[in-house]
Design a protein. Structure first.
Length: 308
């Protein structure tokens, strides 16, 4: 049998084309399947990046701080996140785009953790400051209460002290009054002469040569015992000193006296009697004569006598 070479060549070409078509079809199918897988992976990665960006933005929104510089940094980071998130949502996913976004995401995560750590540190310090401030306020309130109590106590003590001072002044005055020497039974008589046996009295001014003054110093347990200086002053009707002896000063007071007597007082009743000589060159005039007894220039008794 004779084979036509042309027909054989045709069959060979057709067979080759069929095989090539089958190979291309297989390659195309494999390539399409691979592209679908890649596209699905890119979409998943794209969505994952979008979700992580959204979560980071939500975390930023939850962060609160009163630090102005940190707030500015937070706002800047949120703006970058929003910008990247908007780009991720609008652009078609590709290997290069997803790779770039993932790199940015890693950087943003690190920045987010740094900011969150800083915020927590500031919150911890702020809590510590608040706690310290509360302690200071409590201490201040306690101090103010103590100051008020001290002030109230001081006022009460001042009032009590004033009362005690007044009481002390009163008691001191009463004690000084209680310590004062007092006299009773004071008597004054005019005499024309005195003998060993008797005294001859007179009511005539011209005949009077002596004045006899007597009194009793009253017993006083509060008075200081010892020698007491007694001054006797006699004033005539014209307020002139009779038998002017001298002048004595005690503190801011002074006294011109007619007679001075020193007696030993022992806190018991003590009778005192003294005679005042009338100056021979000075006759007494008629009228009322006032006799006063002083101790430490303080008046302790007085009486009067009428001479004709």
């Amino acid at each position: 049998m004779v084979v036509n070479p042309q027909f054989f060549n045709y069959k060979l070409i057709v067979s080759s084309l069929v095989l090539a078509l089958i190979a291309l079809s297989g390659f195309a199918y494999v390539n399409y399947s691979s592209q679908k897988q890649v596209q699905s992976f890119l979409i998943q990665e794209h969505k994952l990046v979008e979700n992580e960006l959204s979560e980071m933005l939500r975390r930023y929104d939850d962060l609160e701080t009163k630090n102005g510089t940190l707030n500015s940094q937070l706002e800047a980071s949120k703006e970058r996140l929003r910008s990247i998130l908007d780009s991720v949502k609008t652009l078609e996913p590709s290997i290069a785009l997803v790779s770039r976004y993932k790199a940015q995401l890693i950087k943003l995560k690190a920045e987010n953790e740094s900011i969150r750590a800083l915020v927590k540190s500031l919150e911890k310090k702020n809590d510590s400051l608040i706690n310290t401030n509360q302690k200071v306020e409590t201490s201040l309130a306690l101090t103010q209460t103590q100051l008020q109590e001290t002030s109230t106590t001081a006022k009460v003590l001042k009032t009590e002290n004033n009362t005690l001072e007044k009481t002390n002044v009163t008691l001191k005055s009463q004690l000084e009054e209680a310590k004062r020497i007092a006299i009773v039974n004071m008597n004054a008589e005019s005499l024309k002469r005195v003998t060993r046996k008797r005294k001859v009295g007179t009511n005539r001014a011209a005949k009077t040569k002596k004045l006899h003054i007597s009194f009793t110093m009253v017993a006083n347990k509060f008075a200081e015992p010892g020698d007491k200086v007694i001054y006797i002053q006699v004033l005539d009707p014209q307020n002139n000193i009779v038998s002017n002896k001298a002048e004595v000063s005690f503190k801011e007071k002074s006294l011109i006296y007619s007679q001075k007597e020193v007696v030993n007082y022992r806190n018991n009743n003590l009778d005192v009697s003294t005679f005042i000589d009338i100056d021979e060159d000075k006759d007494l005039v008629k009228g009322t004569y006032f006799v006063s007894v002083f101790h430490d220039v303080e008046l302790i008794g007085s009486t009067s006598i009428e001479l004709k």
